[in-house]
Design a binder for this molecule. Structure first.
Ligand code: BG6
Length: 511
């Protein structure tokens, strides 16, 4: 389809810069700070969404002065934000960057942080509003929040707000997620807690609601009467990189499913909210997650597949298997691939299978949500081989090559009635141009303005863990016997194919 670029409708209320605040980054010497958080804040400054009355304090173990921290970030921004860093904006940003060394469990470090905070707040007129970002190991989430409470750093008075963003993984199963929720709720009110899932910051993911509820034509057909099944793929080319120890604890299921993938399912399957108020949206997402049919152990054996990559070729390069990765056990039974079939028990989705698959070391990086519609009810075109034609697919490409396409049948020109499959394709980049963003900008901005819509509420998070817990239990009781069971650079183990074949289907060919 030819795109008509240029005409971009905007809501009447233009986005405004966030209000004054100081952001405190716990884990400031880590990867996330330099790769995503500082570049996102810089991007927000460039687009004028950051308030002038703003400051950042990095908090981490290594001993560094403010200047050393600034120098370090100055080196990193060139690597992570490209070569086009605006010197004036970056200088403005560096002037409001501070550092506080300290151990996460040391009460004295929080007293030092408090002293620095008061100074910084006065100098930059940030009005006492504080945004804490916990980019630490998960085992520190509860202890850091406890210390913040003890030091009196998160109490809200009058209009002053104090918010805490918590990175994933939030718990490693249902029980630990519940414990963590309970522990942090001793210090923070739910409205102060922002559990981040960076998938919800992706433009295409945010667009799901606009697409479904901002258009009149999709909602009437968005149900079991018209939709045959939904297929979600989140494939990565990369292996576990330097994250062996983390991955050995997590595995593909914990790493990707209860958070990113279930959020994609929730956005695809939720009912229209009554407003875009954070809780109205999150109530609907929660309802969908709660409606996912719990799996019995027999269901797990039939409907959940795990895999681990062995040696293989990815994009023409020979790569080693998972068990040979750095700091991974030689006989590790951790899964690097998951496929599942889920059902949602409600009127809209009864009996519509939701297939999902995610894995490391797949042939290419691709994430998409594909909605397959029912075939026409009458074999009117039987003579033209209609059964062999592709069904109608609506595909939401999350990344890369973000866009939406609709596949439908059309007559092939010529004297005979022959049908072919064609695509209507919308590409984000054609219409809106390439955006320079890490995906965290919108989430940080939302947190600064107090919009919790794209953040996980405690009940949603626990509902997500409830979906995967039966699978984790069965997998733990029955260690895999065939790992590694797929070659790096393939689309996963044979059993993943079987999962579809037993329903007379195949995964979409994404080659
Ligand atoms: C993270 C996972 O949450 O998401 C990683 O821990 C994964 O293992 C990453 O690679 C994928 O994110 P993205 O934005 O690259 O699709």
């Amino acid at each position: 389809m030819q795109s008509v670029p240029g005409h971009i409708l905007q809501t009447s209320e233009a986005l405004q810069s966030a209000g004054p605040c100081t952001m405190i980054l716990f884990g400031a010497s880590g990867d996330l700070t330099k790769r995503k958080l500082i570049p996102s804040l810089y991007n927000l400054a460039v687009s004028k969404y950051l308030c002038h009355d703003f400051a950042v304090i990095g908090f981490a173990r290594p001993v560094m002065t403010h200047q050393e921290f600034r120098d370090k970030m100055d080196q990193e921004i060139k690597v992570h934000a490209g070569t086009n860093v605006d010197p004036t904006i970056w200088a403005w940003f560096l002037e409001r960057l501070y550092y506080q060394p300290g151990e996460f469990a040391d009460p004295a470090a929080y007293q030092a942080l408090k002293t620095l905070l008061v100074e910084v707040e006065e100098r930059h007129k940030t009005l006492g509003n504080r945004l804490f970002y916990l980019a630490t190991l998960p085992s520190f989430f509860a202890p850091v929040i406890e210390q913040l409470g003890v030091a009196g750093l998160v109490e809200e008075t009058g209009d002053i707000w104090r918010r805490v963003i918590i990175e994933k993984p939030f718990g490693r199963d249902l029980a630990s997620a519940r414990t963590l929720n309970r522990d942090i709720s001793k210090v923070l009110a739910e409205r102060q807690i922002y559990r981040i899932d960076h998938y919800l910051g992706k433009e295409t993911v945010q667009n799901l609601m606009a697409f479904r509820f901002g258009n009149g034509i999709f909602e009437p057909i968005w149900n079991r009467r018209y939709i045959e099944h939904v297929e979600i793929t989140v494939a990565e080319e990369l292996g576990v990189e330097q994250r062996g120890p983390y991955y050995e604890e997590a595995g593909a299921m914990r790493d990707m499913v209860p958070n990113h993938i279930l959020q994609l399912i929730a956005l695809t399957a939720m009912e229209p909210p009554t407003s875009f108020d954070a809780d109205a949206v999150r109530d609907e997402k929660h309802k969908v997650l709660k409606a996912i049919t719990p799996m019995s152990p027999e269901d797990v054996l039939r409907r959940a597949v795990r895999g681990q990559y062995g040696d293989g070729m990815v994009q023409g390069t020979l790569v080693r298997g998972y068990r040979a990765e750095d700091r991974v056990a030689k006989a590790s039974n951790i899964e690097t691939f998951v496929a599942m079939k889920l059902f949602i028990d409600n009127w809209r989705w009864a009996k519509v299978p939701f297939y999902l698959r995610t894995g490391k070391r797949m042939p290419k990086r691709v994430s998409e949500i594909a909605i397959q519609f029912h075939r026409p009810p009458l074999p009117l075109f039987a003579h033209a081989g209609v059964e062999r034609l592709n069904p109608n697919f609506l595909v939401i490409r999350v990344q890369p090559d973000e866009g939406i396409s609709l596949t439908f049948s059309a007559k092939v020109p010529g004297p005979k009635m022959e049908l072919g499959s064609v695509n209507m394709d919308f590409k984000y980049s054609d219409h809106f141009g390439a955006q320079s963003s890490t995906g965290y900008e919108t989430l940080l901005y939302d947190c600064m303005i107090g919009d919790a819509t794209p953040f996980q509420r405690a009940d949603m998070l626990e509902a997500g863990w409830s979906v995967v817990q039966p699978v984790l239990d069965v997998w733990q009781a029955l260690p895999p016997r065939d790992f590694p069971n797929y070659s790096a650079g393939s689309w996963g183990p044979k059993d993943a194919e079987t999962l579809m074949e037993q329903d007379g289907k195949h995964w979409r060919n994404l080659a």
